[in-house]
Design a protein around this ligand. Sequence first.
Ligand code: F6P
Length: 327
Amino acid sequence: MSSKISKIAILTSGGDAPGMNAAIRSFVRLAEYNNIEIIGVKRGFQGLIEGCFEKLEIRSVSNILGKGGTFLRSARSIEFLDKKKRNLAYKNLLNHGINALVVIGGNGSLTGAGVFAEEFNVPVIGIPASIDNDVYGTDFSIGYNTALETIVESVDKIRDTANSHNRLFFIEVMGRKSGNLALNASLASGACFVILPEKDFQLIDLVKRLEENKKRNKESSIVIVAEGNNYGPSYKIAQDLSKVYSAYESKVTILGHIQRGGKPSSFDRILASQLGMAALEAFKLKKYNTSVGLVNNALIHSPISEVINATNNLSNDLYRLNKIISR
Ligand code: F6P
């Protein structure tokens, strides 16, 4: 590909995250300011294969800053795993005179971006967006803060009814491999127990905690369950618990995709705008094949190869804190 970057394609891929629109808006406006043409790709890598392109200008990204989802649409493209299809995607870029690519998404999307960049020598920059906050190389990925607020608001509401009926509620949140959402939701909502993918869970630990709480006159309880925990779905946990402990009537609420929708928080809008700027800077500084991030309040660029081979570990300090104060 030519060394002068004059036309860049941008796409959103994988699970949508509130704030993706704000990142596109920021990148498009900064690119236009720097006389770089931007092409939006519809439906992620799938749209790259099918050539679903549209020119983006300042006004194409008006009134999207406060909107959830992604106006470019997203997809988890199975076809992009096939080298022949990736070849088609590359040809589409060449045919449109596009000489670089921005990928906004989580770990799977950044992995696809890294493979594509290496195979075809296309300069690629990743912008981390995932409600799971499991992308390495950034303290926060776009969408996490909004999803956390949505969960905490929901748990607060459930607590009202849990208290009124002296019930135990299992509230299942997203996070197949990462407990960041679950742990922080537990801390922020005052749950009495949290079940995480990163920590081995045994039913007896929950029974002990509930017995202790009962002795301290706790009348209702909230347990936050991350979907990817080692034991199983929250319905199974509730059912198995009822066989060995019956002091509480228990109920299950699965928050599901409500966690991914809604207006992005101010934090996510600002984070996304900053990461859009870091992506544009990455091109100017020729820091190709990197993923941008915000670490200790500074914008950084990390090689995609490093980002996809590491994980954003759960904070053990927060885990210990939560364990002690959640009674
Ligand atoms: O990766 C983000 C995420 O929201 C996970 O937390 C969740 O497990 C998954 O996506 C759900 O994906 P889908 O909407 O494709 O079922």
